[in-house]
Design a protein around this ligand. Structure first.
Ligand SMILES: [Zn+2]
Length: 263
């Protein structure tokens, strides 16, 4: 179901500008990456996988090369926080545990049977999560208007950037969608706090991500819609929705592109 591919964006720049070390990585521009020390050998292995992932490096490169940020953005791996964006410190926080748990969830679901290893699927989730948090960052730094749930906006930006800026980005987004589906299985029944949550329900995040993947290329993903049995009217709306979101994000982010020629 999932096929991994090469990325559209330039890879060479990452070798030049970001040398990953245990402490601080200064990139000479507005995105810096910090890996906190690992507390044990298992965490050390997780840290190394993230450090050495070309996909993670390409995601960071996309943020760095494509956008002008008004503040220096730090991406910090390690610590105890769930994925989050700290508005005051201008920092994206991702714990090693988050990545380890993603691998475990995919392993427990025998995800390798789809043709994608649990580790690679977890890296896809990490890519989507980094771009989701980047969405919060760019909204916050530039005080962008948000007229519905910001969490949904951040999800849509992550999916769109993967699809539009990475070759086979839909496959990366599919792993992220599948993680939402796995997380939705945690609930035997939904309680009131689940509906109060600032995020949409995990099941909704799953279907919405699939909807946008389909909307980006209806011919290619017609089978996907058959699998999840969505009616034709909703499919058409997915196509419209993807179009509206793409245009909206392009308009919102146009003033913050590094170089208008990269549009
Ligand atoms: Zn969020």
């Amino acid at each position: 179901m999932v096929r991994r591919g090469m990325l559209v964006i330039r890879r060479f720049a990452s070798a030049v500008c970001c040398i990953f070390v245990s402490g601080l990585v200064l990139a000479g521009n507005t995105v810096q990456v910090r890996f906190l020390p690992a507390s044990d050998s298992e965490t050390q292995a997780i840290k190394q996988v993230i450090e050495q992932s070309p996909l993670v490096q390409d995601v960071i490169e996309l943020m760095r090369e494509r956008y002008r940020l008004s503040e220096r953005l730090t991406i910090q791996f390690g610590g105890d926080d769930d994925p989050a964006y700290d508005e005051e410190a201008h920092t994206i926080l991702i714990s090693y545990d988050f990545f380890a748990e993603a691998i475990e969830r995919f392993e427990n679901a025998n995800y390798a049977e789809t043709g994608v290893t649990s580790q690679n699927a977890a890296l896809d989730v990490l890519a989507h999560t980094l771009l989701h948090e980047f969405g919060h960052a760019i909204i916050s730094m530039n005080k962008l208007p948000v007229v519905a749930k910001e969490e949904d906006a951040a999800d849509s930006l992550a999916t769109l950037l993967l699809i539009e800026r990475f070759e086979h980005g839909q496959d990366i987004a599919l792993s992220a969608a599948d993680m939402f589906a796995l997380e939705s299985e945690d609930y035997e029944r939904l309680e009131e706090p689940d509906f109060w949550d600032e995020h949409s329900l995990d099941a909704q995040r799953y279907y919405t991500t699939l909807c946008h993947i389909y909307g980006s290329d209806p011919d290619k993903y017609a089978d996907l819609m058959e699998e999840v049995d969505i009616d034709q009217d909703r499919r058409e709306l997915c196509i419209d929705e993807y179009d509206v979101l793409t245009n909206s994000w392009n308009a919102l982010l146009a003033p913050y592109l590094q170089d208008s020629r990269k549009k």
